[in-house]
Unconditional design. Sequence first.
Length: 364
Amino acid sequence: MRIQCHKEEILSGIQQIQNVVSTRTTLPILSNVLIEADGENITLTTTDLEVGMQCKFPAKVSRPGTTTIPAKRFSSIIRELPKDELDLEVSDNHVASIKSGSSFFRIMGLAKDEFPKFPDFKGAASFQIEQPILRDMLRKTAYCVSHDETRYVLNGVYMVAKDNKIICVATDGRRLALSEKNVELPKDFSKEVIIPSKAVNELNRILEDDGTVKILIAENQIAFELNNCVLVSRLIDGHFPNYKQVIPEKVLQKVSIDKNDLEKAVKRAALLTTEKSNSVKFNFKKGKLVLDVNTPDLGESREELDIEFDGDEVSVAFNPQFVQDVLKNLNEDNVIIELIDELNPGVLRGEMDFLCVIMPMRMS
């Protein structure tokens, strides 16, 4: 195999896909990037058996072929090359030679025989969605994904696509975020899947401000085609809990608060919380919201915000990090807080298509 290409094009490609490579794999081939040169294109592929990525870009292919090279090392070398043009040649025994200007590198590679086959999604159900819409939905929900491996069905984002609507939900048992958007789906399209958190994180990283993404769903796998890249992932097998039961049907108090003011106040109040005492008490009173923190052996803090509130006084304690996670991922100027009492969950809403349910903490 021999190719000539621009440094920035191959660097962009390897940077897109190298995060998938596992650093703790017991299979050496999984630390490598598969390089395939054919016609006028190069295809780069990485996988950790759960998530895989593939990207394609143009190059001058003097001699077609395939090989695999250690991905991280290859990326580091390409990044530091002195010239924009580079020459990559691979011998029959998979020794790769890289030349650029006065620089020369030789890397030992492996044959592609043991490299896992990239999934084929021919005939899979599919639909398209605008990239910024999908990115916004994942950004508003992914922080609620559980990291408790004993509750594996919660280790991803639950996506429902039907009735010309996309719903993304994530929960860790103490909070739940839901984002909903109207989109155009194929006739009678109906799918429910749980996308693992690693795939969600990689997808968030490559989604852009414009363009569309094609989503293909097979029996136990999902693929996202965008920006000359394909991201594939296994789906989490299992039944996601009934999230609708968690959302309070009725609320007694409802107040709109400036998002930026609340975010700054919660951040300041949380400065005197600890891992063991990590709650902020939200006291809703006539015309004001008082945030109280009292941590034994450390101290106390108080923040007051002027708000339009004339309902019955109510107090409820929340984990401040949960509240901050919601606020920093909202684009709106105001956030709506809905409450029942100190024992029932509170709901934070942005626009009509987003909400986050947060369980209250015990107040001393």
